[in-house]
Design a protein around this ligand. Structure first.
Ligand code: N01
Length: 544
């Protein structure tokens, strides 16, 4: 058995949150270890290396120039020497970026790779966490920082006969390295963000691609572009610093804000021009910078859905296929599942090598040794099955680890009745445990980077405060946690969130409790809440 290794803080996860947290805790002079399940940094971007995986977030749209990639750290020392080559970076370039940050900050000296954390148990008498990895290593630390993202636990539906399939099965969460789809008969199940991306790549090279769609993705045009290195250098000197600061001032954490004018108070002409403008600029703008009541009012939402449907249907030749991809009856409110970005998604269904099956009408009955059978009796013969079926999102990343706090009860058991956190950062009874990008934080309702860095800074400042004030441990007061959790759910009741069967409300996992898992009150309100607690001597937290 290996020796127990002692640290001040253990950070779990080496994605954007974990890397930022490591850099912040180092500034305090702490002895920190980052435990990462993969063999490299990147988090979701280490594992999500399926063809087509790329980010969906950009910064300022200057009319002549492609917007800046904002999926990077805001530290000028890091962005001054790095230029992304595309507006929306691919997973390959994000991995290269992590290597660059690693080199520049000498991160790997504090990282244990291939170290999947399986348990963390709080020792109240010693004020220490005992953390164990799958390979049997044990760490002890005063602070435990969970930077485990929202998609660490993949979801594989329980398809009858899946284990009998003779070909290859790959979930998008763990794609094999150097893998070629060329000339194969491919099935993709799932049309979420992962599905839309892998489908576009597969359609270009497959002999035959069959897409099994349960719910249409209301995808928006990406309008990908190459960046110009000279212009990027110029923008670094002019707009870049403003841009990073601006991100924290808008509801969705991008450079542009939602309009607070009600959709139906705009004239039809005004609405149309707003929608056309946002559509042409592309990316998430129609979702993140449109009339904000699209999240609250079904009639307002109909306006944007109808516009989206009209635009998409223009691109699809076969009316039956068009009806599957962009139905006349709105399947769920537009934007209550974050739209994916696409480059040729709707056009590719005009290709002779691509077909789509509406599995709401014609469900999958079983997977056979040679393919997939649907209820109309057809067997779709395939070589490769791609499962783009998503994750036990948000809470699943945490409950996959056996975490036990002051009373020895696991967080998984505690959350059977519903997820509860304080500020998306801590949980009552789990002292000195902090999430960055955790349950009940803004998550996918906003640009991830925008909330990650202030939260990680908050955690570092909180630890600094404790050390300066002789506080050994800190845990949320149950009443403060109840108030936050109730607020998260109350905001959800104001909107259309429960009208979409999405992972946002846990609806994608059979048997999972339905509750909004993210804070939908916008970035400025979130930052105000966490900063108010900090500036009031960590109001809502109980020191010991
Ligand atoms: O997963 P999803 P994802 N039978 O849950 C279908 C981030 N991300 O991996 O909609 C048949 O969205 C399911 O159908 P339905 C991002 O936050 C970002 O795509 O439930 N189908 C759906 O179509 C995203 O939201 C990027 O009816 C089944 C799909 O599988 C999150 O990760 C890229 C099924 C799952 O979609 C998850 O995205 C990738 C079944 N039994 C991921 N079960 C970016 O671009 C599920 N489905 C930044």
């Amino acid at each position: 058995m290996s020796q127990v290794q002692e640290f001040d803080a253990v950070v779990v996860g080496g994605g954007f949150s974990g890397v930022h947290q490591l850099m912040e805790l180092r500034k305090l002079g702490l002895k920190v270890r980052l435990l990462e399940a993969g063999s490299g940094l990147g988090g979701a971007w280490f594992w999500n290396r399926y063809p087509g995986a790329r980010v969906d977030s950009v910064g300022l749209q200057l009319s002549r120039l492609p917007p800046n990639p904002v999926y990077q750290f805001k530290d000028p020392e890091l962005w001054k020497d790095w230029t992304f080559s595309e507006k929306y970076s691919s997973w390959e370039e994000i991995q290269a970026y992590f290597k660059y940050v690693d080199q520049k900050r000498d991160l790997s000296r504090d990282v244990s790779y291939n170290s999947r954390v399986v348990s963390a148990v709080w020792d109240e008498s010693a004020n220490r966490w005992t953390i164990k990895t799958q390979s049997g290593d044990t760490y002890r630390s005063q602070y435990l920082c969970l930077c485990i993202g929202i998609s660490a636990k993949e979801y594989v539906p329980d398809f009858k006969g899946l284990d009998t399939f003779k070909g290859e099965v790959h979930h998008t969460s763990n794609w094999p390295e150097k893998y070629d789809l060329k000339g194969k008969k491919i099935a993709v199940i799932g049309t979420g963000a992962s599905g839309v991306q892998v489908i576009q790549e597969a359609a270009a090279v497959a002999e035959q691609l069959t897409v099994f769609q349960r719910t249409p993705n209301m995808a928006l045009p990406m309008r990908q572009a190459k960046t110009d290195p000279k212009e990027e250098e110029r923008k670094k000197k002019t707009v870049r610093p403003y841009e990073f600061r601006r991100l924290t001032q808008t509801f969705t954490g991008y450079c542009y804000d939602l309009s607070f004018k009600p959709t139906l108070e705009a004239t039809p002409e005004e609405r149309r021009l707003v929608y056309e403008d946002l559509w042409e600029k592309g990316g998430l703008l129609l979702w993140s910078s449109s009339f904000g009541d699209l999240f609250l009012n079904d009639e307002a939402n109909d306006q944007v859905y109808n516009f989206w449907r009209e635009k998409v249907r223009e691109r699809i030749n076969d009316p039956e296929v068009a009806e599957i991809l962009a139905p006349t009856t709105k399947p769920h409110p537009f934007g209550l599942k974050r739209p994916s970005l696409e480059q040729n998604y709707y056009d590719l269904f005009n290709q002779p090598n691509v077909k789509i099956i509406n599995i709401k009408k014609n469900p999958i009955t079983e997977v056979t040794p040679d393919g997939i059978k649907t209820s109309d009796g057809t067997e779709h013969k395939i070589d490769i099955l791609v499962l783009a079926t998503g994750y036990d999102m948000v809470s699943g990343s945490t409950t996959a680890i056996d975490i036990r706090g002051q009373d020895g009860v696991s967080i998984k058991e505690k959350w059977n009745e519903g997820v509860k956190t304080y500020l998306g950062i801590g949980a009552a009874g789990f002292p000195n445990m902090f999430w960055v990008f955790g349950p009940q934080a803004p998550l996918a309702f906003a640009n991830a980077q925008t909330s990650i860095e202030p939260t990680s800074e908050w955690v570092a400042n909180c630890i600094k405060y404790c050390r300066e004030n002789g506080i050994e441990s800190l845990t949320p007061a149950p009443e403060a946690q109840d108030t936050w959790a109730a607020q998260v759910l109350a905001i959800a009741e104001m909107g259309l969130y429960y009208k979409a069967e999405s992972w946002y409300i846990g609806a994608n996992i059979p048997g999972k409790k339905r509750e909004l898992l993210q804070f939908a009150g916008g970035i400025p309100n979130y930052l105000k809440a966490i900063n108010d607690s900090a500036s009031n001597n960590y109001f809502g937290w109980v020191p010991k």
